[in-house]
Design a protein around this ligand. Structure first.
Ligand code: BEZ
Length: 219
């Protein structure tokens, strides 16, 4: 797979955006950032997605996370298109920047190109990638969808909650985890260590193997 992936540092590229030019690390400013690509301006799925991201922005901000969108159209096109995005999703304001990358140079480095999607001139189109970047500028989670499949922003918010939870404690989040659900204690933590780390206690599930690796706690 070309471009960056989990654990990689996002390169400190200079980008041209609807909010002017800046370097990615300056924008991240040592905080959580969600960077996400979309195939093209004035297309249906993208219009719904960017509106939903704007509607979710207060929730992301509550968690200290910023948003940054990417596409291969230019800034003038993005600014025109924002009116449609806001018109389609009532009450939303697109206050996050949208990067313009007509040459696809930045998109390729960020693993944001769909090799099978082409515009009418045969140019490659961006995919629907979404990277959650941590405060160390490294990728903590990536979703890569094709142009034809819109993303689920509830899942993006849930995934951010999970990442932030496991960044604070030696735990992991089980299937379909939601905030306030119990978490599981990481396998690398021994029962002795777990007693120290989780004074609130933990529950070990009995399994046919007799192994004690499925331990739930609340943090
Ligand atoms: C869309 O946003 O609807 C779209 C864009 C490119 C290819 C397919 C769908």
């Amino acid at each position: 797979m070309p471009g960056i992936t989990l654990g990689d540092t996002v390169p400190n590229l200079e980008v041209e955006t609807t909010h002017g030019k800046f370097n990615l690390h300056d924008y991240f400013n040592n905080g959580w950032t969600i960077i996400f690509s979309h195939p093209a301006d004035f297309t249906p799925v993208c219009t719904t997605e960017l509106g939903k991201m704007a509607a979710f922005q207060p929730e992301f901000e509550k968690r200290g996370a910023k948003l940054l969108a990417f596409s291969c159209d230019n800034v003038q096109s993005h600014n025109e298109w924002i009116k449609d995005i806001e018109g389609y999703t009532p009450g939303c304001k697109v206050t996050y920047p949208i990067v313009a990358d007509p040459k696809r140079e930045i998109l390729k480095q960020l693993n944001m190109v769909d090799p099978d999607a082409k515009d009418s001139l045969g140019n490659e189109l961006p995919n629907r990638a979404l990277h959650i970047v941590g405060s160390d500028n490294k990728i903590k989670l990536s979703l890569v969808y094709p142009a034809t499949t819109g993303r689920n922003m509830d899942e993006v918010l849930r995934a951010l909650d999970a990442l932030q939870k496991v960044s604070k404690y030696k735990v992991a989040t089980p299937v379909n985890w939601k905030p306030d659900d119990p978490v599981v204690i990481s396998p690398a933590v021994t029962n002795e260590e777990a007693k120290e780390m989780f004074p609130q206690g933990f529950e070990t599930k009995k399994l046919p193997s007799g192994l004690e690796y499925l331990r739930f706690t609340r943090v």
